[in-house]
Structure formats: structure tokens, C-alpha cells
Design a binder for this molecule. Structure first.
Ligand SMILES: Nc1ncnc2c1ncn2[C@@H]1O[C@H](COP(=O)(O)OP(=O)(O)O)[C@@H](O)[C@H]1O
Ligand SMILES: [Mg+2]
Length: 168
């Protein structure tokens, strides 16, 4: 079974990967430099050729981590990490991200962009959601294992869209 571990930058994908990697194989799209097709200077990030990623991970059993992993067609389950926009902002500020990059990511998270992409590509029955807000990484890891066992208990339900209204 191939699991996509996705979420807005700062929601804790890498931290969760580190917590689960002793029990399950994890590959990071961010490490697949052979699949980088260019640079997005505006976002200071790599442009990833997802077809190239698919040729490397499809058929593999484990976790493929990255904020574009839910765009891979061959995954069996998508785990979307969520974080309250205020907490996400604090995490990204602590990372020293540029203001515009923080706003872009916080807005995307508040809108639920990744989870809605995941549901529209894979259908809700293949998507689970874990809210990491106020949770330690170990706690998130525990929920991750539970969600693999009973995905029906972890269907997308987080809604931070009301937070957007507070910004105006
Ligand atoms: N569950 C959590 N609770 C609090 N802080 C977290 C949690 N998970 C990650 N962080 C912190 O948030 C930041 C971003 O986490 P990271 O795992 O790098 O996210 P991502 O890989 O999704 O961009 C890091 O500083 C990390 O220590
Ligand atoms: Mg990361």
C-alpha cells in the first residue's frame, strides 16, 4: 500500500515522517532531485516533475511525503495534515519564511486547498485528515497509525474557512 503524506508546508510532514520511519518506509519527494524540472524563484522552491516521481514510487509500499504527494494518481490512501492558521503562521515565522510565503501558505491552509485537491482527485473514501494543532509529534504519529487501521474514523472534517473572515 502506498500512502501519500501531504499538507501545507509547516503542518508537520517531515516531523511525522521522522517519527514513523522506524516502522514504515518513507520517501521524500523533496529528495528526488532527479525529478526536479526547474526552480520557482518566486517561491524559492523546486518545480517537481510528478510523472518522474510516479515512475519511482508507484508500486512501492510505504509513505511518499511531500506537499504535492496527493497529486500522484497511484497512491492508495492520502493522509492530509492540517494546522490552525494561527499556529501555522507561528511555525512558518519560526522557520524564517518570507512574509509573502507565510501568507500564501496560511491562506491555502485556511481554505483547505490541499484536502480539497486530494478529495477531488482520489475521492473522500481514500482521504484521511489529521489536525496537528496543539498536538505533539508523537501524538500525531499515534493518530497516523490509527487512521491507517480505521480510515473511516478520520475523514476530512477540519474547516478553518471561518478564520479567513477574521482577517478583514
Ligand atoms: N505536531 C507539531 N506540534 C508542534 N510543532 C510542530 C509539529 N509538527 C511540526 N512542528 C514544527 O513545525 C515546523 C514545521 O514542521 P515540518 O515537519 O518541517 O513541516 P513540513 O514538513 O510539513 O513543512 C517545525 O519547526 C516543527 O518543529
Ligand atoms: Mg518538510
Amino acid at each position: 500500500m502506498l500512502i501519500a503524506l501531504t499538507g501545507t508546508p509547516g503542518t508537520g510532514k517531515t516531523s511525522l515522517s521522522d517519527a514513523i520511519r522506524t516502522a514504515i518506509d518513507v520517501v521524500h519527494i523533496g529528495d528526488m532531485s532527479e525529478c526536479f524540472s526547474g526552480r520557482d524563484d518566486l517561491r524559492d522552491s523546486h518545480i517537481v516533475d510528478l510523472e518522474c516521481v510516479e515512475t519511482r514510487v508507484c508500486g512501492f509500499s510505504g509513505v511518499v511525503e511531500g506537499h504535492t504527494s496527493h497529486l500522484l494518481r497511484c497512491v492508495d490512501l492520502v493522509v492530509v495534515l492540517r494546522t490552525h492558521p494561527d499556529e501555522l503562521r507561528r511555525r512558518l515565522e519560526a522557520r524564517g519564511y518570507h512574509h509573502s510565503k507565510i501568507c500564501e501558505n496560511v491562506e491555502a491552509e485556511a481554505m483547505g486547498l490541499i484536502v480539497s485537491e486530494a478529495v477531488s482527485i482520489h475521492g473522500v473514501e481514500k482521504v484521511v485528515e489529521i489536525d496537528t494543532t496543539g498536538k505533539a509529534v508523537d501524538e500525531v504519529a499515534e493518530i497516523f497509525w490509527k487512521a491507517l487501521k480505521t480510515p473511516e474514523d478520520y475523514r476530512p472534517r477540519v474547516d478553518y474557512t471561518e478564520e479567513i473572515l477574521k482577517w478583514y
